[in-house]
Design a protein around this ligand. Sequence first.
Ligand code: GLU
Length: 586
Amino acid sequence: MTVLAKPLRIASVALSLALPLPAFAQQAADTIAPEAATTTAPKAVVHAQRHMVAAANPAAAQAGLDVLRAGGSAADAVVAVQTVLGLVEPQSSGLGGGAFLVWYDAASGKVTTFDGRETAPKAATGDLFLGTDGKPLKFFEAVVGGRSVGTPGAIRLLEAVHGRYGKLDWTNLLDPAIDLATNGFTVSPRLAALVADDADKLGTQASTRDYFFPTGKPIAAGQTLRNPAYAETLAAIAKDGPDAFYKGPVADSIVEAVRSHPINPGLLSGEDLADYKAIERPAVCAPYRGLQVCGMGPPSSGALAIGQILGMVEPFDLATLGPEDPESWRILGDATRLAFADRERYVADADFVSIPKGLLNADYLSIRSTLLRRPTALPQEGVTAGDPPWDKAELRRDGASFDMPSTTHFVIVDDEGNVASMTSSIENGFGSRLMTGGFLLNNQLTDFSFAPEEDGRAVANRVEPGKRPRSSMSPTIILRDGKPIFALGSPGGSSIIPYVAKTIVALVDWKMDISQAIALPHLTNRFGTYDVEAGTSAVSLVKDLEALGYKTAVKEQNSGLQGIAITANGIDGGADPRREGIAVGD
Ligand code: GLU
């Protein structure tokens, strides 16, 4: 392929996305969740010179931009963006949840990460999600109520990153969210649709009913909604700092909401909140085609899985194959399945279980990569966990855990060139459906394996007191020669891993711009079924994938990627057309 042919081919992919949906795909789009019935035509790339914010909601992005304009650092803007997101996109993230942040520090050239993941209550044990019959609960039986609520970590994370890299006064950074909560914000179409869609769970919880169904009907798109309780909580945190969240009346009301749920009470205590700590951890970085792909290590499986996928596909010439060749997707899809096999077997909170140190070992990945040298799909029995170098081998059983879509990702670049890439979550849409102090409480504990052991062997991701549930969140910063060139991430449960890996391949191998790479239709294969994004040009690959031996499923893909590219010409920002995100900058 000539160098010139490449952009033309890419343009044709992007253009075909904007065409009317074929009838079969339209039908699929009509039957899927309302938030997913959007287009995958790329949003325009936003170009800036000095600083940028790309976030899932325009009001939150604007709040971050205002902080950067006032001379704030990316860390300052993180505080403003997160607290506004907790108001305008309450279903996804907020004070009642947790987050992971990857940070590039321009002054030292170092990448570090902050872990604000929820913890299991000290009183929790391996049987937390087993019913009275000893069998794992059904997912939503576990989610709704207090049982699934872990100690929220978001505010301690904000405190940690602001303490290290902030320039502006903490108090003022909460003003945008306090103003919007007091004077009202405009309910977005996506929030309104999700509230209506969740009426059976959200509308039946006393703590959420009055806020989301104020007249008995779900809040409507375009209406102005006030949240005085949220303003009050933030005012306390502004005045007295994060301790006002983790101790005293706010903490008491969280514990009360969790423990007094009439059907499904939980175990969270005042001590769990008072003792919670965000943890700074070294970034996990993996090489890919001369770049360094850096992200979040355990308790997230994100950077390890993405590093493994990229390591396994690197020997293949994906650039020449291109995004329209099913062979590219065979290689990517089976690499993802192999990475997921290791993830299920080995990855959990490393403060509690030993994780093989060789999951990103080059020799190990090269052996795993040879499994992809075949003409057709790997048979399911061939997709097993490998044997990575490990100094403390243990017999392990594969786990199974659920990941459901909500969550949010944002990226920020400041005037000094610092970069923040943060994925933040209350897990399921609207979390545990419990609300207190104007914010929703997470259900992050359902990211643990419900079964603590299988056939007498321990599952790595079992519930243990104080442990952090394994995540798929993959906030990422990619460096060339030590300088950041891309930052990205997404919501989407365990599909986050293939969403982000695909976007990296689209940027690096297929030379797409940030918006095209984000919008490129998703084809994800985690557990054997090749999931092909409904309503997109990818559906035309279904026949070829079936011929390679895959079972396919055409379904919505609920990503919410936000990303930036830093080039010699400035900063390019892109937001996922599947949700309401936007990039803004100067
Ligand atoms: N709870 C999930 C995780 O931490 C994220 C949920 C989502 O993206 O919807 O991996």
